[in-house]
Design a protein around this ligand. Structure first.
Ligand code: SF4
Ligand code: SF4
Length: 394
């Protein structure tokens, strides 16, 4: 397993992100599979484990902490986050932090992050009324946090202003980075800014919630020509491993097979050539128009219409990327109250979206396209007619 240095600790370059753990049919985390994944990780040299207060309704910390408790405390690095980005009427860093230590069954965190510092959460994190940053600086002084950092989806200028003000108190930063967002979300600028400031980087969403593994054969044709047999995950992880200031790449793995595959990829990494890197970035240019949803689901809890927003955006992208032949069928199969047209444009979702997606506008456009586009019943009729003609012609 490739390793690197993060805040003077020797960490594995692959980290186990626990936002998308395997679940059982009742929706609860499949804890025994998580234990097997942790065992594989530890045996394969993965020593960085990342969770957060809200993941899996608060249960990710519990299940991960239990799985890790079977190992000596100094044999792994545990990271979690304070949820100042979740809007509430009051914030209690001491209460949340104490609860997190209990849920994870530990006496300290190796890495602790302010979760999702961005344009909308910045007023909370910097409000003296809550004293959030001061509280965590004090926990670090007392040894209950070994390294204090932050995760962010902020625009580069906001990130720069935050670093100007608080950079001295923070040891590392977690950003969304992958070859698509290098272009699409100013990832290159954020990487360069953090590197200039000597802030080491932990990467999240290296596969963009799996999106980068689901590109069509025609989209990835230039890559296949250059390295036949390399998977989309190998390309994506390879791109990040070639960036010196990326110390850990978190992959939100959902089963044992993904863990095995990722350990293999990180152990066998062969750097990308300039031609290969340029081929990836050219595909990013071609895909720029996509709505950058990572399926984090931060937006769904507050939707008064209980819409499955990430599912609808994925379908919308499908329509925009490739015509989305089956999308009208998928939408027809939904109850009318769950379709894009049911959005009442209240804006609650957009206010919490870390990707800054104008969700009501996207859903309005989607509803419009569905309204004006071919209806599934018509598509079926046309296909039946074509099939009938094909048979009649022998
Ligand atoms: S704007 Fe639409 S999708 Fe967003 S929370 Fe309101 S009703 Fe739901
Ligand atoms: S729309 Fe935004 S908040 Fe909702 S799932 Fe996608 S990225 Fe997350």
């Amino acid at each position: 397993m490739n390793g690197s240095e993060l805040c003077n600790e020797r960490v594995s370059r692959l980290g186990f992100g626990t936002m998308r753990l395997p679940v059982l049919p009742d929706g609860s985390i499949d804890a025994s599979q998580v234990e097997r994944m942790v065992d594989l990780a530890m045996a394969g040299g993965v020593n960085y484990f990342d969770t957060a207060f809200p993941y899996h309704g608060g249960m990710s910390e519990v299940v991960l902490g239990k799985a890790l408790s079977r190992y000596p405390r100094t044999s792994y690095y545990l990271a979690t986050k304070y949820p100042g980005h979740q809007f509430a009427s009051s914030y209690d860093p001491a209460g949340v932090f104490t609860e997190q230590l209990g849920k994870c069954g530990v006496e300290y965190f190796d890495f602790y992050l302010l979760h999702n510092v961005c344009e909308s959460s910045l007023p909370v994190y910097t409000d003296p009324q809550w004293g959030i940053i001061d509280y965590f600086v004090e926990q670090k002084r007392q040894g209950r946090i070994r390294h204090l950092g932050f995760s962010t989806h902020a625009r580069p200028e906001t990130l720069e202003a935050f670093l100007d003000r608080y950079g001295n108190a923070l040891d590392f930063c977690q950003i969304q980075l992958n070859w698509l967002d290098w272009t699409l979300q100013n990832g290159k600028r954020k990487y360069e800014l953090l590197t200039e400031r000597k802030v080491p980087i932990v990467v999240m969403e290296p596969l963009r919630g799996g999106k980068l593994t689901r590109l069509s054969a025609s989209e990835t044709e230039p890559l296949t020509a250059l390295r036949p047999g390399s998977s989309a995950a190998e390309w994506s992880f390879g791109f990040l491993m070639d960036l010196d200031n990326v110390r850990v790449v978190l992959s939100g793995m959902s089963d044992v097979a993904q863990m095995e595959d990722n350990i293999r990829i990180f152990s066998e990494h062969r750097p990308l050539s300039e031609t290969e890197r340029n081929a990836l970035l050219q595909i990013a240019e071609d895909l720029k128009d996509a709505v950058p949803c990572t399926a984090c689901r931060y937006c769904t809890d507050g939707c008064p219409m209980a819409l499955d927003i990430p599912m609808l955006i994925a379908a919308y992208n499908d329509v925009k990327f490739s015509g989305g032949f089956t999308v009208p069928m998928q939408m027809d199969a939904l109850d009318e109250s769950k379709r894009p047209s049911a959005c009442i444009a209240c804006g609650a979702c957009a206010a919490v979206c870390p990707q800054g997606i104008p969700i009501p506008d996207v859903l309005a456009d989607f509803a419009d396209r569905l309204d004006k586009g071919p209806k599934w019943a018509d598509i079926c009729r046309e296909r039946e007619e074509a099939e009938r003609k094909r048979k009649a012609n022998g």
